[in-house]
Design a binder for this molecule. Sequence first.
Ligand code: TRP
Length: 412
Amino acid sequence: MSGEVANNVQDLSIQENHIKKSIHKEDDDHVDPWNVVSKSDTGVDYDKLILKFGSSKIDDELLARFEKVTGKPVHHLLRRGFFFSHRDMHSILTRYEQGKPFYLYTGRGPSSSSMHLGHLIPFTLCKWLQDVFNCPLVIQLTDDEKTLWKELTVEEAYKMGLENAKDIIACGFDVNKTFIFSDFTYIGQRPEFYRNMIRIQKCVTFNQVKGIFGFDDSTVIGKIAFPAVQATPALSTSFPDTFGTKKIPCLIPCAIDQDPYFRMTRDVCPRLGFDKPALLHSKFFPALQGAKTKMSASEANSTIFMSDTPKQLKNKINKHAFSGGQTTVEEHRELGGNCDLDISFQYLRFFLEDDEKLEEIRRNYTSGQLLTGELKKILIDILTPVLTSHQEIRSKITEETLQTFMTPRKLC
Ligand code: TRP
């Protein structure tokens, strides 16, 4: 092992030990790929997380450079700070300026047949990035991961993956630039993927994944090996149909809880002669009951599914969306509502693109002029067409279209 490699490995374990210790401090938020719990009503402290994880803040300077390089206004998910942290985004922008290629990589662990509103966030940004940079995108469906972690059989997880692929396609991805693959199918199809997986597995010790993911002696061995599966799509040669044998770097938009996988990936890549993947990290989409936890497919009441009917949507928001308003109308008129705590307002920040309208709503709710029921109605009116048009597009996706997206092939 060369000195440089040994140093890299050491750096990683020191960093991970530090992360582990701070994650378990009483007053801290807990964020890992399986659990997100915050002690605060306004949710996770994301600035603290940047320090803990050692990533960089997406600041005004980066956003300005984004606009300068692409010649387009940045997406409101970036502008409003939902994507708040990054690694090496400047290098990707430099490559774009120089006309050098890169690709996008993202994924989805299929744990329910319908995706929910929160799942839409990374895909919405991916779609925008694909359009703006005009680059290929690979999407990994980790049906293997969900079989290992959830009460699901191989067959069930595989099937959910295909259902999720339809939700993903309905986000509007360009079929000429997008490859969606199920681990269960693709890994057996292309030996290049499996070979890269083993190359990665050879670089990472049990001790390291213990540190990064908290595995212990009773963890099933499938879980211990899995991080390499999620790392492999960051190596372009895992997709010979698309990239041939070229080593092309990638940009990974993901929720911040996925960062442990990619800290490991970034440690391994240079040792295998690949660039480290760049990352864009998003915040979590809050549960209906409040920002202490993220929206989760296993909690039906805290979740708006893409398949919900307008009536279900309306009931869930009216019944469960945590309100930052006062208990009586009189009190509300006098004291006003708290937009930082109010889930309906928080959702509007994701889905209402018009800055002026949003600001007007914020002002009126804060002053007490706008009541909670009225705010909820505004949200319902905005989300209803989001769901119905998604459902309509999804219902028109044929088996053939699905097959095309999922066939290994050259992308434009
Ligand atoms: N582990 C992710 C999940 O549970 C799925 C995933 C695989 C992913 N590869 C990814 C997410 C790359 C973001 C980026 O949903």
